[in-house]
Design a protein around this ligand. Sequence first.
Ligand code: PLP
Length: 402
Amino acid sequence: MAQNSSRMAGRHFLHIPGPTPVPDRVLRAMDTPMIDHRGPEFAKLAKKCLDGIKTIFKTTNPVIIYTATGTGAWEGALVNTLSAGDKVLMVETGQFGALWKKMAEKLGIVPELLTTDWRTGVDPKVIEARLREDKNHEIKAVCVLHNETSTGCLSPIAEIRKAIDAAGHPALYMVDTISSLASADYRHDEWGVDVSVGGAQKGLMLPPGMSFNAISDKAIAANKTAKLPKSFFAWDEMLAMNKVGFFPYTPATLMLFGLDTGIEMLHEEGLDNVFARHDRLAEATRRAVKHWGLEILCRDAKYYSPTLTAVLLPEGFNADSFRAMALETFNISYGASFGPFAGRYFRIGHLGDINDAMLMGCLSVTEMALQLFGVPIKKGGAQVAMDYLVTAHGGAKKQAAE
Ligand code: PLP
């Protein structure tokens, strides 16, 4: 009979939708002696990172790098562009949409919240209709999430821009791209976003603790008149210091070494290939889930997220207990559930430095865990995912050509 053991052999399967697995190469880049953050070596590193991160957001404007988690960059976006009492239009696509709104309230902003059933992305028509009603242009900003991490729904950022323009509305456009940047196509300049909020611990493959504001000329102009109090998150001092390769405070030096390497790796693979890989892994996951006979929380295929899939368990099965059992038995972590669906779904993260082999480990284990937990599934979902991946890689055609 097996003894009780405190050690689990093999590696942990981290399938939460961020923090994502940090590649060894990034870890090694961060494993380096401390340098003077006012010295020439630092300035060189900082300038490289400040230039490099622009290529990820696809902007020619400055990107602010905060030594803070994504929540800090949310705050940076709001306090640098708005004044107390300003009205903003926000959408509760899920838990993170709700949290950003809560933050806005605490800061003295007046959010108007459009709600959803937490199973779709943002409908551009709804934004356009609300903005058309706002004849006096009281709404100063439209704030949406590109990818709602709590539900696995992706919103159409370019179309929402078109909706704002169609309404002829001058509101700033702010987008949270924390769980989509460097894993789903994102274009700050081309899509006319004024402030893009990013985070380190997802597609960028870094540990948590660094976040970003990509900013447009219009956002920089708004910053000149925005009256909300700000100090640590203020853009002006940061922009002035960044010009010469420094920060107004001691930045997370080792994270910058990691960021530099993460950006280098993304370009070595090619951003379009990175996006295609995420699309492929997401599609394989969804095919497995559908074969099992389980429901995907995102109920409309046009909003499917390429970075995570939230899976509803049937009535009577507690998803938190399922996650605990899977962790204990198979050393795998899934994301938790929130809000009206708390306890009803688990989230499979398939973003960051992850490949087909890692995904198949995850899906095979998930199929076993579901069976162990007694969920009535149709076996063979992992096989269906494998069949899809074979096809996606060229299938029999590739063999025949050789
Ligand atoms: N926005 C989104 C979409 C997120 O997924 C998260 C965290 O996962 C946040 C904001 C908050 O970021 P952080 O936890 O790094 O502060």
